[in-house]
Design a protein. Structure first.
Length: 355
């Protein structure tokens, strides 16, 4: 019996459940899958550490459907691979709570609203799969009674969310979160845990938009290509644990210079590993680089901020709340910048069940 089936029993008929999960941005990055692990477990080769984002979130409702499984995102019925990925995740939730092979999952609808630009390197899959894991678990099982979710469920649910998208494991909690790489073959110890609450430190993230549209290479495909071909992949993996420990310590003592140094180092190591992949993976555009240069110039003038970026061309800048306005004005002047969002650390994911 696994951790989840001990915590909740399957229900004979699903309920309607609504969840909200916030996106997160990795301050120490994850890039790469654990070799030899079952692809469905989606086990990372490295741990990661993130800040949950205040305004950027996904709201998801899951409930019984007489018309077969359905996935509606922002009012549009989704078909193809994006649908399959979400429906497959419903099956994982059903099995994780101990459903025998002989017992089919009840058909469900998923209705999601993304308050995150979808698939543009802004981690909509993190909030999306965290929200889906919570709402589906609440709809299908007895472990959520009423308005609040028991906290002991969040750890095992984080491991389940990870199977939908690695970064989703980190979106169950607010504030600052660490995803442990773990060692168990079944991935049960590869789950996130909250490090510091959202009010631990008055930090903000400036999301500097530098392009519209979807990313050219999906993260799973990119990670596999990097592992197979990038000569920088092994050192990238080897140095990750030390970065995580140093970042956690810097966060704990609220040392922005020390944290920022690791944030930029982790980001540039990951992108160096991507660039050295064959064929190369390049998520940045010219504006990405100009924003990073402008940020460094601003820092030299005393406006302290540190850059990170993910599988997309946008730049995210970590800074103190008191510096955010001046820094944002200075970066908005860079030609090619489309807009800047200011985001504070966000809250825990939540779920409500209709009783
Ligand atoms: O969770 P995925 O499969 O979308 O991968 C996320 C990878 C990065 O965003 C590049 C880094 C991270 O740790 O979030």
């Amino acid at each position: 019996m696994n951790a989840l089936s001990k915590l909740g029993q399957l229900r004979s008929s699903p309920r309607v459940a609504r969840s909200v999960a916030h996106a997160n941005i990795a301050l120490v990055k994850y890039w790469g899958k654990r070799p030899g692990a079952l692809p469905d477990l989606n086990l990372p080769a490295v741990g990661s550490l993130s800040m949950t984002l205040g305004e950027l979130r996904t709201e998801t409702e899951v409930g019984p459907s007489d018309a077969g499984d359905q996935f509606v995102l922002d009012g549009e019925t989704i078909t193809g691979p994006a649908r399959s990925r979400s429906i497959q995740h419903l099956d994982r939730v059903w099995r994780a709570f101990g459903a025998p092979e002989s017992r089919p999952r009840p058909t469900l609808y998923i209705r999601s609203r993304n308050h995150v630009p979808t698939a543009a390197g802004l981690a909509s899959s993190a909030s999306g799969f965290a929200a889906l894991t919570l709402a589906a678990s609440a709809a299908l099982t007895t472990c959520f009674d009423g308005l609040s979710a028991p906290r002991e469920v969040y750890g095992p649910l984080s491991a389940l969310a990870r199977r939908g998208s690695g970064s989703a494991a980190r979106s169950l909690w607010g504030g600052f979160v660490r995803l442990d790489r773990g060692t168990h073959d079944d991935g049960s110890d590869c789950r996130a845990r909250p490090l510091f609450a959202r009010d631990h430190w008055d930090l903000e993230l400036l999301v500097v938009h530098t392009a519209k549209g979807k990313k050219p290479v999906g993260s799973t495909d990119g990670m596999n290509r990097s592992r197979e071909t990038s000569p920088y992949y092994a050192p990238w993996v080897d140095h990750s644990e030390a970065d995580l420990d140093a970042a956690e310590a810097a966060l704990g003592r609220r040392d922005l210079a020390a944290l920022g140094d690791i944030v930029e180092h982790s980001c540039f190591k990951m992108h160096a590993c991507m660039l050295a992949t064959r064929p190369p993976i390049l998520y940045w555009n010219g504006t990405t680089l100009e924003v990073i240069r402008a940020l460094w110039e601003a820092r030299a003038r005393g406006l302290e901020g540190y850059a990170t970026s993910d599988a997309g061309p946008h730049v995210k800048v970590l800074c103190r709340a008191e510096t955010a306005t001046a820094l944002s004005e200075s970066l908005a002047a860079v030609p090619g910048v489309l807009g800047i969002d200011r985001v504070a650390p966000g809250p825990d994911a939540t779920v409500e069940v209709e009783l």
